[in-house]
Design a protein around this ligand. Sequence first.
Ligand code: FAD
Ligand code: NAI
Length: 469
Amino acid sequence: MTEEKKYDLVVIGGGPGGYTAAVRASQLGMTVACVEKHSRLGGVCLNVGCIPSKALLDSSELYATVSRRLAVHGIHAEGISLDLPAMMTRKHQVVADLTGQVRKLLEASRVEIVTGVAELADAHHVRVSGEDGSSRSLNAGFILLATGSVPTPMPGVEFDGRRIVDSTGALQFTEIPSKLGLIGGGFIGLELGSVWQRLGSEVTVIEMLPQIASGLDGQISRSLKRSLDKQGMMFRLKTRVHHVETSGDGVNVTVASGAAEETLIFDKILVAVGRKPQTRGIGLEAVGVELDTTGHVRINAGFQTNVTSIYAAGDIVAGPMLAHKASAEGIAAVENMAGISSEVHYDTLPSVIYTSPEVASAGLTEEQVKQRNIPCRIGTFPFTGNGRARCMGETEGLVKIIAHAKTDRIIGVHIIGHGASEMIAEGVMAIEMGASSEDIARTVHSHPTFSEALMEAAASIQKQASKRS
Ligand code: FAD
Ligand code: NAI
């Protein structure tokens, strides 16, 4: 073992939770090492998550637009062809550029990047094993656990990387599957299903619940399903998978809905039934770091585990598994280590599904508001009534704003439509600043823009309020 080096902070994991925390800690004057087992930094998000999936979503959306949606604008494109290897090369390049930028950022921030598998030795020591069999010990004032998450396996279904794949496999198919089955109609299934459906696959989503993306506001989820139905995606809701078997070049999936059992045949299946925190093999048991009932590392409001020198952030702790949540938590964790009281506002955390149309939400859904008996007023505005949406031929979807009936304070914003991922920032800011629906209704929005739909949805709450008063 090589000689021990001492740091104020050792971060385990170079994903959005870890690398962002390392940079912030350095800004706060700490000496920092960030240990990452892969040669590339950026974690799941940059390497096999947010970024490559969005690169393929953007490329496939362009292909769908050019192939199917230009004629209505009077543009006729002939001889359109698809070069899948070139599309994949572009995706690799986007990932390589961004992961390279993260490395430069850490170097510029004087964070020592340590490549190897890290394991807690005790409350102040991290053991790092290199690929070459080397081992070193890092002495740490504080340790931040940010090891992320891994796909949840399905009992009895083995990933073979070829016909039965997880999201990483579905980001690197070398040919377009003619029939693609998706087990799980959540974030990954709907986004990666959209990629391959736009490129020509026949896509079937098998979802055990009665609705897709079940965390969404019900009205928005139904609207998304209608849009994806129109695009040709097929859905088997309330359907359970009983058996999966590879046969020849295909995969037979036996499903049951009620009493009826049926076997569906696909070229490939993507299993996307959720992700679980990566808590194994990092020495938690040896050091006595406790998990909660869901298997995540248990933390207090300051991101500290039951071992006072050890903190945790990102997918390894409870809450939505989102990159911006991981980085917000990583920053808050190191600020707390430095004695700055810092928190993350989970009520305003936005989430986006990058389908077409996009879906973006922040705050409470209509169902949650009803469940909690919160008196509310709901305003909606469809993009069919929006000038810019008409000009662009992107009239699918709506904006839905939920405001408290007594205070008018905005408690939920839900958007399905073109550009929802960008528009949601206005909703997040409104909730964060305690804005009322009257604030949004009276804020002048540029014309013609999609964001006018937010103003109109808010104005419709104002009309309801004035009728009743
Ligand atoms: P990770 O990004 O998982 O990083 C953890 C890092 O720790 C990894 O690099 C891992 O190699 C390293 N590590 C683990 N164990 C060790 C060890 N013992 N020693 C050293 N290093 C170790 N979120 C969004 O907000 N928007 C999106 O659009 C989005 N798209 C996604 C698409 C897909 C296909 C997937 C799978 C996820 C997506 N996510 C998205 C979720 C997002 O990727 C995660 O929430 C985010 O990466 C979590 O960050 P993290 O830092 O907690 O963990
Ligand atoms: P998910 O939790 O979003 O969806 C999983 C779906 O699978 C659920 O609808 C669930 O009901 C269904 N399911 C579970 N078991 C099943 C079974 N046996 N048979 C049929 N259906 C079953 O999980 P997913 O899609 O795997 O994504 C993991 C996480 O990654 C997401 O929760 C999200 O946090 C993150 N992510 C975020 C993205 C974004 O922000 N745009 C994109 C992709 C992933």
